[in-house]
Design a protein around this ligand. Sequence first.
Ligand SMILES: O=C(O)CCC(=O)C(=O)O
Ligand SMILES: [Fe+2]
Length: 327
Amino acid sequence: MFQQLDFSVFHSDNAAEREGLCSQLVSNLKQFGFARLVNVGIPLGDIDRAFEISRVFFQLPLSEKLKSPHPPTANPHRGYSAFGIENVSAISNHGTCIARPLLKDMKESYDIGSQEDALYDNIWPPPGVHDAFQPAFTSFFSTCYRAQLSILKAISIGLALPEQTLSQLHTEQANELRLTHYPTVPRGDFSHSTRIAAHTDFGTITLLFQDDVGGLQVELPSGSGKFVDIASGGRYECILNVGDCLHLWTGLRSARHRVHLPASGNAGKTADSEDDVVDERYSIAYFAKPNRSASLRPLLQDAGARAEGVSYMTAGEFQQMRISGTY
Ligand SMILES: O=C(O)CCC(=O)C(=O)O
Ligand SMILES: [Fe+2]
């Protein structure tokens, strides 16, 4: 149902092909709030390595994982959060008027920032816990940042804005990388819990990589409360989500998404898995976030015809507002 776009075309010498890719990308983002991309500029071996290192970390005993804990507050958003600590449904109804029950998230995660971020230091596993982790994710982070800048250029071109419009709002590296492990759980637990509750991402764009278990769903049509499965294209496919900041700047809709039960017939139910359990799942999400001082004033004429003299929130203020409540 959702077309897969080959992002390598963005680097083509053929200007018409390049522009065609940019407009197809923006057209997908307009219609669905997300796009399925391949070849975003992250070597496949780097993606394999990131998943492998993440898997090894989450398989460590809890006592080892808790040696680099996320603080008990929303900030700094760094380090390991054990199963049951973060509940995204607390912020699930942002932008809607619908009250939602508190659904518990059945996941554990690890949040990482840029080594270049002047505001927050990373919280890394201490020496001896998982020594490949820090160098691998420091390097993976930089690779994602380069891919982010190309994608932001492509979106600017697709919106008929000067090419640097969005990338120049992302020089400070307030970006974040999140590794998530959703453990094997009894199928029945989905009656009162979920893997990650419905939400929109707070940043500009998200580059999401997932294994082939499935369960990622997007709300379509927007605001309907109906969720449609996005079949997994495997770990080399990048699901590009529109986040709230890109929405405020450009009017492109941010994708409301969640991870719930995989569709039946999906790899979530493999030959050797029991019918009454749902297979574990791994994902890696890179959240491109604006410079904290950047104003969220609409960039396009028609993105929000607001009066001059109105003051707009900065991206930093917006992130604070959105993250509070998740921990
Ligand atoms: O695990 C996934 O596929 C999605 C995770 C997600 O939406 C998030 O962390 O914001
Ligand atoms: Fe998300």
